[in-house]
Design a protein around this ligand. Structure first.
Ligand code: SAM
Length: 170
């Protein structure tokens, strides 16, 4: 998911020097917990979708759809997904600077749950941005509208934060 992006900051500390401009691999919550409080300017997260696929998907010609069925997208229930979401959002919240900024992208499967959890934890939602897919999955069965976008939530740690799109520019 890579939910933390360490951007260069002016105030350097010995602890920060060890991780700035570095890709930290591993569980995102554990990686975030190793970072100092209020040390991160910007977070971009693309968390698991929780697609809840009920088996193999086939196209009308019976060919198999290469859908996301990886272990990282398997959650036993909405409660389990919500607990996971809460854990990484809390970890993000602790490391974000007061005027930091967070972007979270998701599909209709998860973005509403993630957005609600962000509000529950005190994040202040600033905008939702639509990423329109120019090459979306075809509408195989014709029983729904084509799923041709994802939604990005842009938020700050609190209503008092001063975040503008320009604070995204390193
Ligand atoms: C929706 S995909 C995002 C993919 C990403 N945008 C990319 O282009 O590689 C979700 C990603 O979250 C990762 N992931 C799931 N659980 C994680 C965790 N606890 N810690 C870190 N990454 C995790 C998965 O491995 C997967 O790559």
């Amino acid at each position: 998911m890579v939910p933390v992006t360490a951007l260069k900051t002016k105030a350097a500390s010995p602890a920060r020097a060890e991780w700035i401009d570095t890709i930290l691999k591993g569980d995102c919550v554990a990686a975030l917990e190793a970072l100092p409080d209020h040390s991160v300017d910007a977070i971009f997260a693309d968390p698991p979708y929780n697609l809840q696929l009920g088996g193999v998907l086939h196209r009308p010609d019976q060919s198999k759809v290469d859908a996301v069925d990886d272990a990282w997208d398997q959650f036993a229930s909405f409660e389990v997904y919500d607990a996971f979401t809460r854990a990484w959002l809390l970890a993000c919240r602790r490391v974000l600077k007061p005027n930091g900024t967070i972007w979270v992208i998701g599909s209709y499967h998860n973005i509403f749950r993630v957005g609600a959890k962000m509000q529950d934890l005190g994040f202040w939602l600033l905008n939702d941005i639509v990423w329109r897919k120019t090459n979306p999955m075809p509408n195989f069965k014709g029983r729904r509208f084509q799923n041709a976008h994802e939604t990005m939530i842009w938020a700050s740690p609190s209503a008092d934060s001063v975040a503008t799109p320009s604070t995204m520019t390193p």
